[in-house]
Design a binder for this molecule. Structure first.
Ligand SMILES: C[S@@+](CC[C@H](N)C(=O)[O-])C[C@H]1O[C@@H](n2cnc3c(N)ncnc32)[C@H](O)[C@@H]1O
Length: 266
């Protein structure tokens, strides 16, 4: 289906208002394919009709599909390894219970890496640590909760951890691994839009992971989210950002501690 510049701009505006994600002109080809596919699935004849349907049904189920098809879920186990070294040292200095929010959990590689790090560092991690893992993408969260990965996906997990925390699939599950229940028991998965006015938690966090998501947001959205994170942090709590994210000039709520790790200001 053809997509005009106006339709692309309208789709980008709808997505931005709902999720904070900015879709640049360079994504127009991908957006055209996605919008055409969604329009066909919804059973409408044109992308204009599709966008009209979204606008008129702000609570409609199609919104979930629209958002899911624009998210970029790229992630990996132990991505940006140095953060897990910092986490190890940091959690040794904290009092139980330790709460960590993984706020763009994608398909689960990041929260499971956090859980393994905690288990390897603290003797009672399974009972004393809690990880809240959220993402706007409902399909990604469902995959994260399942905890099933191909061998290729787990190649960045060190061999001893792979043996300790994963089960190998047999027969028709050959080539797949599944995380052990101990990892799942430490994590609560929930769909959550960081732009939603209420974040359903009454916890204070020792650390928040918000990695490789802010790059998709404009500066205003980034600042608002950072200023909402700050009151949820325990004193001296840490915020982990992605390798190309820089929050230094956005707000005084956090100060850079080193290598894309920020400490909450008090
Ligand atoms: C590139 S992935 C990063 C995953 C992981 N944090 C990492 O660094 O490997 C970005 C994730 O942000 C999620 N996301 C995008 N907009 C969001 C929003 N408004 N609220 C919550 N999650 C969002 C996407 O669904 C996607 O899974």
């Amino acid at each position: 289906m053809p997509v005009t510049s106006e339709e692309f701009a309208r789709a980008a505006r709808l997505l931005h208002q709902r999720t904070g994600i900015v879709v640049g002109e360079h994504k127009k080809e991908m957006a055209t394919r996605t919008l055409s596919m969604r329009a066909r699935k919804l059973g409408v004849q044109t992308v204009a009709e599709y966008l009209g349907y979204l606008s008129q049904n702000p609570d409609g189920l199609e919104w979930e599909e629209f958002v899911n098809s624009f998210t970029i879920n790229h992630t990996a186990f132990f991505r940006e390894q140095h953060h897990f070294e910092t986490l190890k040292t940091f959690v040794k200095t904290r009092k139980a219970p330790i709460n960590i929010w993984c706020s763009a959990a994608s398909t689960g590689e990041e929260p499971y890496s956090i859980a393994m790090t905690l288990l390897e560092t603290l003797p009672n991690a399974a009972s004393q640590c809690f990880i809240w893992a959220t993402d706007i993408d409902t399909q990604a969260i469902a995959r994260a909760e399942r905890g099933v990965y191909t061998f290729d996906r787990v190649k960045t997990v060190p061999e001893p951890l792979l043996r300790k925390y994963f089960l190998r699939g047999k027969d028709e599950k050959n080539g797949l691994v599944r995380v052990k229940p101990v990892l799942q028991s430490m994590i609560k998965y929930e769909p959550l839009n960081l732009l939603s006015p209420r974040w359903p938690t009454d916890k204070k966090f020792d650390a928040i992971f918000c990695r490789n998501i802010m790059i998709y947001f404009d500066k205003e959205t980034q600042t608002k989210i950072l200023e909402r994170f700050a009151p949820l942090m325990k004193p001296e709590g840490l915020l982990f950002a992605g390798h190309s994210e820089n929050f230094t000039y956005l707000t005084n709520a956090f100060k850079l501690q080193g290598q894309t790790v920020y400490a909450v200001s008090r």
